[in-house]
Structures are given as C-alpha cells and as structure tokens.
Design a protein around this ligand. Structure first.
Ligand code: G1P
Ligand code: ZN
Length: 541
C-alpha cells in the first residue's frame, strides 16, 4: 500500500469555531476539503505520528465516508493505531473518554452536534487532543494557519475497512481496531453511579423517559438504562440512530424535544425526563410538569453530587461559562468551594479539570459534566439525576423547590436571533461595546448597572488570555443582560441575548413572565429590534 501525495489548493474557511469545524455537508463534499483540514491536523500535532488515534462520530450523513478518508490519511501520515467505534459511532463524551483511557495522541470526533443532518444538513469535525479535551485555541490557530498554506496532502488508495465488524484489521502498517461503541463508557458510568440503588428505584415502580432524538445516544441509553438498570424498553424514545436524525433537530430543549416535553407535562408523566443531542454531549432534564433549566440543573447537581459514589470525597471546585446563570455560584459559596467563570465553549474547562481544580462544570446551552471526561456528557447528567432521585427518594419537584427556597431562584432564558446579516450583527455588538462605559451607574427602575464590560478570561492554569468573549451588563446580583455572537452557526450570524433575573424566593411565575420586564429593558439597552428589524427572537431556550 503506497502513500500518495495529492496536489491540492488550500481553503480559506477552515477556521474551527467554538466546537470544531462545522459546515454544510456540501462544503465537506468539495474535492479535498476534508483532506486538507485533516492534513493540517496531522501536520500540527506531531504526537499523531506513531501514536493512537480515536475516530468516531454521531452517525450523521457523511460519517462513514469521512471515517474512510480519515483512516486512509492516518495510514499515510504514520499513525500506528486507529481505534474506531463500531458502525463509526462514538458519542462525544465516549470518544473523549477513550482518548483519555487509551492514552491516545488524539481523536477525530465527527459531528455537527445538534445541527440537523442529511444531505442538506451540516457536518463537522472536532479534533480532541491527548487527555480527551478539545484542541486549545493555540492549536486550532496553528491548524488553521497550516490549512491556509497547504499544497498537498498524504493518503493511501484502496482502503477497505469494515466498520461494522469488531476486531483488528490492517491498512498497510496501520492497525485499525473496531470496538464496541458503548462498552468502555458503560464501565466508566458504573464506576461513578450506584447502579444497584437505581435498579431498586426502578423496581419500586419509578419511571424514566429518555429521548435519544434518533441520534448517537440510542445505543448508550439502551445499554445503560434498559439492559443494566432494568428500565422498561418503553422508557426510550427515538433510540435508533438515523443518518438524518429522522429529519429532526436533535437539540434537547423545550422546542426541539417536543414529544418528551409533552409526555412530561401529560397525565401520568414519568418521574424523570431526559434528552440528549446529536453527539450525546448535551442534556435536558425535566420532572413531571417541570423543566429544570440547565443552570438550575448544574446548581442542583452541585448541591447533591457528594451523595453519589464517584463524588463522595466532595467537589474540588466548580465552573460555569460566563453567560450561564449564577445559581451555581450560590451553591459553591455555601459549600465554600471555588467557582470559576469561563468563556463560552467547553474547551475552556479543560485546564481546570486537568489541574484538579474543578469536579463539576456546565453551560447554559444544556451542557453539564464532571472530571470523568473532558467533554460535556448528556447521558452522565441523566444518570446523575437518576442516582440523586434514587439516593434521596425525593421527586424532581421537591428537589427544585427546596433548592429555590434555600438558594433563591435564577429565572433565565436565551434569545437567539438567527441568520442575521453578518455586518448587521457585528455592527450591533460594536455599537453596544462603545456604549458600555456610559451604562455603568445607570438606573432602570429598581435595577442599577453595577458593571458593563466585554468579558475577558485569563486561564488560571496556563495564563493564556481570551478576550472579546461576550458583552455583559450586570445589575449586581439582581440581574444580567449578556450579548454575544455564536461561534457555531453555519448560516449568517446568530446573535445570542442571555437574560438572568435573581429572586430570593420563588415568584410563582412562569419563566417568560418573570423575564418580560428584563427582556424589554434589554431591547432598550441593546437596540436589537431597532438595528435588526426583528421584533422577536427566532428561538427562546
Ligand atoms: C454553542 C453554545 C456553547 C457550546 C457550543 C458547542 O456555542 O452556546 O455553550 O459550548 O455551542 O456545543 P455558540 O454557538 O454560542 O458559540
Ligand atoms: Zn453536541
């Protein structure tokens, strides 16, 4: 099997965003497009030469084609061993765990997360480094720099790998191992949670409804919830992974996980509702008739995690992304542990986790995880909630009410304005940024602006700095308005407006009603309707 160098042209648009390189499938189907990006990675990370590479994806359209391309290029670039999930499937947290536990040099995670899939949908690739975390900004910048200057890439022809047959196969010198997608991950979960206790909880008649949204978590949910924990098979919705996710939008929120939400609000709702996204890193948590916002879920997990076997020694610290509500801060204060505030994007948690400074972290965008892996982990979050319900023998409703009574309640929502002209969105952000200094001290009814700035972060572990990570207008503990542009959209620009209102007691109001005055104030401050001409957001989560 001989290595070929193929002459190619660089593509200018291969700069990875918040979560890797994400584009329309048609973009990835351009000649040499994926190859160029992969070659830039092989060139940028010398550890891959002679090392182990993990490959897997969320099963969306183009997954198998991309995996074959990646294996051929791995063979040509001197990788010693490729470990790939059966059928090309690995959830993002499972891939991260494998990279870590195998001591691999890195991994290709083929996913566009919760974005729709299919021929007209999106595709994406994330490069995760040894240890399992997403490539840090310094590395993604290097990859991008190399991609801009590429003139040739290396591959081998005629690669035949059966992705459905477990076991070892050879591609020239390269050993390709196809493994069960779930085994290692299931073992990890068994080491963290009390499976006997949860099994008893199910035996006593408690019920779960988990929506895999026809994406990658189907097989994980089947193994963990049904085979190992004894929940009836009817506990799972949409558990068969499909290349187009059944035409749906596998984003676990109140809008896109409609069947689950309806079930949880109907008569005879199960005790716990959970859903995960395309690649299995996001989660949504519901109780009967009750949505637990991701920020609340994170705070409630922080309050109870020490009850679970993997966390009995307590939490070293916690972290949340800046726009995530500050409910977590309240619990951290009570537990007397550090609470870090990082920019949006999971990669910013990696150093804190590696340094043992945080045990639990999360984002408002339905991402939660712990130090067991270097990615957010949807199935983990559902298992953690199951274990808490089984250990406390309390309902989701009880846990939430007690939490709000003790720590107060953060009403929270994110308003997304999608597909705006890029120039308009940038102008809006710039104009607000210019006005920030004038806002400090301003009074708006009962609220007074205590701080208004552009968020910058200095990593406490390696000292690296990230600037321009979102604009925030803070009204002390009472409220925040945050504005930033998405780094994951594939069409136009997406403006995100985050609204947070804190009350020391439960107002007994539904979130939309509780936030309406703040939303109106945000429009007066940010001028969204005036500048964009949009009278309402495209999506509220
Ligand atoms: C979004 C979320 C962010 C998350 C990322 C990847 O990024 O806001 O929290 O880490 O997806 O799942 P954004 O589009 O806002 O840049
Ligand atoms: Zn995802």
């Amino acid at each position: 099997m001989s290595v070929r160098e193929i002459i190619t042209n660089p593509y200018a648009d291969q700069k990875p965003g918040t979560a890797g390189l994400r584009k329309k499938v048609a973009v990835f189907q351009q000649p040499h497009y994926l190859e160029n990006f992969l070659q830039a990675i092989f060139d940028a990370d010398p550890r891959l030469h002679g090392g182990t590479l993990v490959i897997g994806g969320d099963g969306r359209y183009h997954n198998r084609t991309a995996i074959r391309t990646a294996i051929a290029m791995a063979a040509a670039n001197g990788v010693r061993r490729v470990v790939v999930g059966q059928g090309g499937l690995l959830s993002t947290p499972a891939a991260s765990h494998l990279i870590r536990s195998l001591g691999a040099a890195g991994g290709f995670v083929l996913t566009a997360s919760h974005n729709p899939a299919g021929e007209d949908g999106d595709f994406g690739i994330k490069y995760n480094v040894s240890g399992g975390g997403q490539a840090p900004e310094s590395l993604t910048d290097r990859i991008h720099g190399i991609s801009l200057g590429l003139t040739r890439y290396r591959t081998v022809d005629g690669v035949q790998v059966d992705l459905d047959r477990r076991g070892s196969q050879n591609v020239g010198e390269l050993q390709v191992e196809v493994i069960d997608s779930v085994d290692d991950y299931a073992h990890l979960m068994q080491s963290l949670f009390d499976f006997d206790l949860i099994r008893d909880w199910f035996k006593d008649g408690h019920r779960l409804c988990f929506d895999a949204m026809h994406a990658v978590t189907g097989p994980y949910a089947q193994r963990l919830f049904v085979d190992l924990l004894g929940a009836p098979a009817t506990s799972l919705l949409n558990a068969i992974p499909l290349e187009d996710f059944g035409g749906g939008h596998p984003d676990p929120n109140l809008i896109h996980a409609r069947p689950l939400v309806e079930r949880m609000h109907g008569a005879d709702a199960p005790d716990l509702g959970g859903a995960s996204d395309g690649d299995g890193d996001r989660n949504m948590i519901l109780g009967p008739g009750l949505f637990i916002s991701p920020g609340d879920s994170l705070a409630m997990l922080c309050e109870h995690l020490h009850l679970l076997p993997g966390y009995r020694r307590g939490l070293a610290g916690v972290a949340r992304s800046m726009p995530t509500c500050r409910a977590l801060d309240q619990v951290a204060r009570a537990l007397d542990i550090p609470c870090h505030e990082t920019p949006t994007g999971w990669k910013f948690f990696a150093n804190l986790l590696d340094a043992g400074r945080v045990t639990l972290c999360g984002e408002e965008s339905f991402g939660t995880s712990s130090d067991h892996t270097r990615e957010k982990d949807g199935v983990w979050a559902v298992l953690a909630w199951l274990n808490i319900l089984a250990a406390t023998r309390r309902s989701v409703q009880d846990i939430a009410q007690a939490h709000w009574a003790r720590f107060g309640r953060h009403y929270y929502a994110r308003h997304d304005y999608e597909d705006l002209p890029v120039a308009t969105a940038q102008a809006l952000v710039q104009a607000l940024q210019d006005r920030l200094p004038d806002l400090v001290g301003q009074r708006h009814g009962e609220l007074q602006v205590s701080q208004a700035d552009s968020f910058a972060y200095q990593d406490p572990v390696d000292g690296s700095r990230a600037t321009n990570q979102g604009l925030r207008v803070v009204f002390a503990d009472a409220a925040r308005i945050i504005v930033r542009l998405s780094g994951t959209g594939t069409q136009g620009a997406t403006l995100r407006l985050y609204l947070e209102r804190y009350e020391t007691g439960d107002l007994g109001l539904e979130t939309g009603a509780a936030l309406a005055p703040l939303a109106a104030l945000a429009d007066r401050i940010v001028h969204i309707s005036q500048i964009t001409g949009r009278s309402s957001p495209s999506v509220i989560t």
